[in-house]
Design a protein around this ligand. Structure first.
Ligand SMILES: CC(C)(COP(=O)(O)OP(=O)(O)OC[C@H]1O[C@@H](n2cnc3c(N)ncnc32)[C@H](O)[C@@H]1OP(=O)(O)O)[C@@H](O)C(=O)NCCC(=O)NCCS
Length: 386
């Protein structure tokens, strides 16, 4: 059998998909053929979700009906609320989210069905459950009561209402709407792939989303967001940015390959498996980070980020990725570092569901092979031949 091994499945085509295309050489990203920069800010996040799930942008009536369907699915189930209150306050937000989605699976009205209509209803509930849990946990862990769901406001504005307890300004709601669109899907990223592997076994949609959240957490994926904000705060002063990068990259020269793989030996927010240049999302986010930082008086952190960006450009060919400048935007929105990856999940659940629906529609078990490199078959001392 001819088996070609690629570490990390690099460049391996694992399935066919009609949802998202990436041009890594040009730094371009397309949802259903539409470039991300054209969608972000000109179409609402809800319309983008519709596009990802159904393949075409909604017309006016479809957009209205879809947004109304999502709004109708709002609300945190009481047992999930109670479960969150039982968690230790220092539980990581993504762990709380993973546990809550798993718990909600058993409460779902369609828990016994996985047909397309049931999965669409579940997907709508997951779209609203994820932001509801993320916001509720942020309030519970900081000693505040969760905010009850309301029927008004866009998906982004409603999430901010649940988080802050007051209606956001239209400008802030728009910023979050764009962020959610930028994070909504990204082809076969690790968490989406995990979701598709779960679906391919014919596991239910909640199980797929639990797998995805678990996979999003790591520092090579969504967790990098948190590391970026922590790093920028540690640097603190734009004048120290260059020396920080110099020291971190310089220290790598003395490390073994295994040691260099440690997240603390890398500069978070840089490097990508697919992109060779800065990607479109990072470019949009850089502009947003600049204007948000100026509007909120947090220009210093943006200046630190620019310093790191320039130093990395001067010393490496690594592209900046989506996690770098989004961390600066989150800081301007007042979001703490360990909460950043949860915002990522609020957007990405749209893509997880889109890919799950696509996988269910044309499924084959995903079951690759491993190249065996262990000992050859050998005799076990004392074993009696049958
Ligand atoms: C995203 C990422 C996991 C891609 O990994 P990958 O395709 O497997 O690439 P590799 O880990 O094999 O890296 C290739 C080389 O570039 C180096 N490199 C990649 N990203 C780097 C970074 N952020 N800082 C410093 N060096 C980096 C690697 O160390 C490696 O060289 P080495 O073997 O001498 O150590 C990787 O770039 C990374 O860890 N980035 C930081 C975390 C991050 O921002 N994640 C969010 C991704 S959207």
């Amino acid at each position: 059998m001819d088996i070609t091994w690629k570490a990390g499945l690099e460049d391996v085509i694992a399935a066919r998909s009609a949802i998202t295309a990436i041009d890594g050489e040009a730094g371009r990203l397309y949802y259903r053929g539409y470039e991300i920069g054209d969608l972000a800010g000109t179409r609402s996040f809800e319309e983008v979700v519709y596009l990802l799930w159904f393949g075409e942008p909604p017309d006016g009536a479809q957009a209205e009906a879809f947004a109304a369907g999502l709004a109708a699915a709002r609300g945190l189930p009481a047992p999930v609320d109670a479960m969150l209150r039982a968690l230790p306050r220092d539980c990581h937000p993504l762990d709380a989210l993973r546990t809550a989605v798993s718990f909600a699976a058993g409460l779902d009205a369609d828990r016994r069905s996985s047909d397309r209509e049931a999965n669409l209803r579940k997907a709508c509930r997951l779209m609203t459950l994820v932001p509801a849990v993320v916001a509720a946990w942020q309030r519970i862990r900081t000693g505040r009561e969760p905010v009850p769901a309301g029927p008004a406001g866009s998906h982004a504005a409603h999430f901010l209402l649940l988080l802050e307890g007051r209606e956001p300004s239209p400008e802030v709601a728009r910023v979050l709407d764009v962020i959610l669109t930028l994070h909504a899907d990204h082809e076969f990223n690790a968490s989406t792939f995990a979701a598709r592997v779960a679906v391919a076994t014919m596991a239910d949609l909640h199980s797929a989303v639990v797998s995805a959240i678990a996979t999003l957490k790591g520092s090579r994926h969504g967790g990098a967001n948190e590391d970026v904000l922590a790093m920028l705060r540690e640097i603190g002063d734009p004048a120290r940015a260059e020396a920080f990068v110099e020291a971190r990259l310089g220290a790598r020269e003395r490390l073994t390959k295994r040691e260099r793989a440690d997240p603390r030996a890398r500069v978070p927010g840089f490097g990508h498996r697919v992109y060779r240049v800065d990607d479109a999302r990072a470019r949009v986010l850089r502009g947003m980070a600049r204007s948000m930082a100026a509007a909120t008086g947090r220009g210093r952190l943006f200046a630190v980020a620019e310093g790191v960006y320039d130093a990395m450009r001067a010393r490496t060919g690594l592209p900046v990725n989506v996690d770098f400048f989004s961390a600066v935007v989150y800081d301007a929105l007042g979001i703490p570092p360990d909460f950043c990856t949860s915002i990522f999940a609020v957007g990405r659940v749209a893509g997880w569901c889109a890919h799950a629906l696509e996988q269910y529609a044309d499924n084959r078990l995903i079951r690759p092979r491993a190249e065996y490199v262990g000992p050859p078959p050998r005799a076990l001392a004392g074993a009696v031949a049958p």
